[in-house]
Ligand binder design. Structure first.
Ligand code: NAP
Length: 546
């Protein structure tokens, strides 16, 4: 069995950063990646129209000023192929590939309490032993696919947006296509497929809020400007609520005149994309303030939909703006003005079954050649529960989190010493520009390991009391927001039977950063740091049999 200092699971943005940083500290690091390529979600989500909804300059690594200066983003919001090129460039530039094992799906991680080491097993039985175990598996990588009666008998092709076929260009020309789901993925792919397909039917369950991407090529002058002031931009992102690089309006939406508000919303609509939710500081915390934004967006959406009967169905109602993840689109609503695009509103006419020809709803039989599930993910915990992660005394992470995730600072779990979860539950993760959160947590872990090395510490472990306090804090911050007012993947509603708890930390990137910093400054408060593994110390102290 190969022995290393750290095993990192997943070769997406987080895994590559962990490898580079820990290796830079002199550690022997190995990354295990289940698939045959680098990039994580950006490798798998190759659906037409896939692009990031955080601006390219912010959705990129900040650890290397040379990389920042050399890489030239071509668009404000990078497409999936461009992001994948960037990831591969980073892997080559920092010579990461030699420490990445592809096609190695971890099936089990088991903590050896006496040795304070993890044994990692991959499919096929290969094993590694590591002092540190770093889970970088993302929050949106375990897909969710409905199982309708008759689904397996459909004669055409079924594809999930997040497991898009690679090494194959799917041509929708002349095809009758269905997209089920209208989250970010469904909304991004709709206008692109609508331009190709003979007929496209979009199955909508919940109309989603969306703000236009206002995407554009990046001019040389813009590129020069950003690069001349990149540090300041990063500082703004690190000290912002969500890790986006623009200044946040500290005013309340309710303390300005309707005319002024309209002007602010109009400007945000054309420029901020996802950041529209920050046009006023109380949009996410005050229902009345939120309604001013929601009403503006509804009006904007309605104004681009030609058919009045479709307008009624597509305009989002019944939940607060951004209480579930809004989308950032490029012509989604306008696509419904095309004659070849149809809306199937499943709340009015539910899907009854799949037939060999297509989908039968209570209203009619739709015939299709291709059906695309854009039905999302088992978010946050899906990929953490897939392998068996076995901590102290044989307890699994799944057992530990039966009633919902419990963490200290969103990074560590008691009974699972020397394990770190990057951008997992209890951290800003999906409520932030995830790149900011990834780098923050990995730098924090790197500093912890440095301290451990300097002090001869072999085991770190979250303290249960600190975990209880952190979970209470996460819940308290969530209660201050509007996130709990509706069902969403933020609170476990996306999968039947899943623990219904609020998963991410809504206290903001800046606030979270402060917690991590204070914890380190206080000698890693809330963590036990041990020079001898707890189990070995307990054994030494136990009375000897005579
Ligand atoms: P999602 O946001 O979870 O959306 C899934 C969609 O499928 C929802 O509209 C959902 O309806 C619908 N759905 C699920 N099961 C269904 C069923 N049985 N019948 C009919 N409809 C069903 O998933 P996603 O669009 O893949 O996006 C997930 C997340 O990935 C996003 O929120 C975002 O964080 C990230 N993402 C980001 C980008 C980007 O950066 N641009 C792009 C894509 C995705 P309900 O709403 O009624 O549940």
């Amino acid at each position: 069995m190969q022995e290393v200092d750290a095993i990192v699971i997943g070769a997406g943005f987080a895994g590559l950063r962990a490898l580079h940083t820990l290796r830079g500290q002199g550690k022997r690091v190995l990354v295990l990646e289940a698939s045959d390529g680098l990039g994580g979600v950006w490798y798998h989500n190759q659906y037409p129209g896939a692009r990031c909804d955080v601006e390219s300059y912010d959705y990129s690594y900040s650890f290397s000023p040379e990389l920042e200066q050399d890489w030239r983003w071509s668009e404000r919001y990078a497409t999936q192929p461009e992001i994948l090129r960037y990831i591969n460039h980073v892997a080559d530039r920092f010579d990461l590939r030699k420490d990445i094992v592809l096609n190695a799906r971890m099936t089990e991680a088991r903590y050896d309490e006496q040795a304070a080491r993890w044994t990692i097993t991959a499919e096929g039985g290969r094993q590694w032993s590591a002092h540190y175990f770093v889970m970088c598996v993302g929050q949106l990588s375990t897909t969710k696919t409905p199982d309708y009666p008759g689904q397996s008998g459909f004669k055409g092709r079924i594809i999930h947006s997040a497991v898009w076929p690679r090494n194959e260009t799917i041509d929708f020309t002349g095809k009758r296509v269905a997209i089920i789901g209208t989250g970010s993925s469904g909304m991004q792919m709709t206008p692109v497929i609508a331009r190709q397909a003979a007929h496209l039917t979009v199955f909508q369950r919940t109309p989603n809020f969306s703000v236009p991407a206002s995407n554009a090529p990046v001019s040389d002058e813009e590129d020069r400007q950003v690069k001349a002031h990149y540090r300041e931009r990063r500082e703004r992102a690190w000290n912002s609520p969500t890790g986006l690089g623009f200044a946040v309006n500290r005013q309340s939406a309710l303390e300005v005149s309707p005319e002024e508000r309209e002007k602010v919303y109009e400007a945000a609509w054309h420029r901020l994309g996802f950041g529209f939710a920050l046009a006023y500081h109380d949009i996410l915390i005050n229902a009345e303030a939120n309604e001013t934004a929601a009403e503006f967006i509804r009006r904007k959406i309605a104004s681009v939909i030609d058919k009045p009967e479709l307008r009624e169905k597509l305009v989002p109602r019944g939940h607060h703006f951004a209480a579930r993840r809004p989308s950032v689109d490029s012509g989604y609503f306008q696509a419904f003005n095309q004659d070849n695009v149809e809306l199937a509103y499943v709340k009015e006419s539910p899907i009854v079954e799949f037939t060999p020809e297509g989908i039968r709803t209570t209203a009619k039989l739709h015939a299709f050649d291709v059906i695309i599930f854009a039905t999302g993910f088992d978010a946050f915990t899906g990929s953490l529960f897939k392998p068996s992660i076995v901590g102290r005394s044989g307890i699994t992470l799944r057992q530990k989190w039966e009633d919902g995730p419990v963490t200290q600072l969103g990074v560590s779990v008691s009974d699972f010493p020397n394990m770190l979860i990057v951008v997992g539950p209890g951290s800003p993760s999906l409520l932030s520009n995830v790149m900011v959160s990834i780098e923050e947590q990995i730098d924090w872990l790197a500093a912890l390991i440095k301290t451990m090395d300097a002090q001869g510490i072999v085991e770190f472990e979250a303290e249960p009391e600190a975990e209880r306090a952190w979970v209470a804090h996460v819940n308290e911050r969530a209660r201050e927001t509007l996130y709990l007012t509706t069902d969403s993947y933020y609170n476990g509603a996306e999968v039947k039977g899943k623990a219904r708890v609020f998963m991410p930390y809504s206290g903001g990137v800046r606030g979270y950063r402060r917690h991590l910093r204070e914890c380190a400054e206080q000698g890693y408060s809330g963590f036990a740091l041990r020079k001898t593994p707890a189990a070995r110390a307990a054994k030494a102290e136990a009375p000897q049999a005579v």
